[in-house]
Design a protein around this ligand. Structure first.
Ligand code: 5GP
Ligand code: ZN
Length: 127
């Protein structure tokens, strides 16, 4: 699709991993060392517009990337996230899965992880 940054990255082959339906590349503004994005080759807006085959292809690259990052950077955990829609924080309207390696001590209190999309709600009291 014209004017789509991520279609352009794919078309210009500025990618690091690829399979039949998906590609992956390093995030330009990494949250942590090894932050990777996985996208579909087809231009679709968000996860809910992808086919089962595209979902499988994207998660195959997530698995592949994890092995590479484990070896290279030795993270101690991961967050996997997809922002769907402007309200949920999506800024580029071409489906992408964030694979974010995490490292012991990279933030003072990591408890709650992706719950931090609403910062005040990230940590919670166990009942
Ligand atoms: P979103 O907020 O839409 O879920 O995330 C968009 C992501 O794309 C951000 O993490 C941002 O750093 C990344 N990004 C934006 N522009 C570029 C780019 O031109 N190249 C790469 N590799 N990543 C980008
Ligand atoms: Zn696109």
């Amino acid at each position: 699709m014209e004017n789509c940054k991520f279609c352009k990255i794919f078309q210009e082959k500025k990618i690091d991993l690829e399979n039949e339906l998906a590609v992956a590349f390093w995030d330009a503004n990494p949250v942590s060392k090894g932050h990777l994005l996985v996208i579909t080759k087809r231009h679709v807006k968000d996860f809910f517009e992808t086919t089962k085959e595209e979902r499988n292809a994207m998660f195959e690259l997530i698995d592949k990337a994890k092995k590479i990052i484990d070896e290279k950077d030795k993270p101690t955990g991961y967050n996997i996230g997809i922002n769907c829609g402007i309200s949920a924080g999506q800024t580029i309207m071409h489906i992408h899965i964030h694979l974010i390696p995490r490292y012991d001590g990279d933030t003072e209190n990591p408890r709650g992880g992706v719950r931090g999309v609403i910062p005040d709600k990230r940590d919670y009291e166990d009942k």
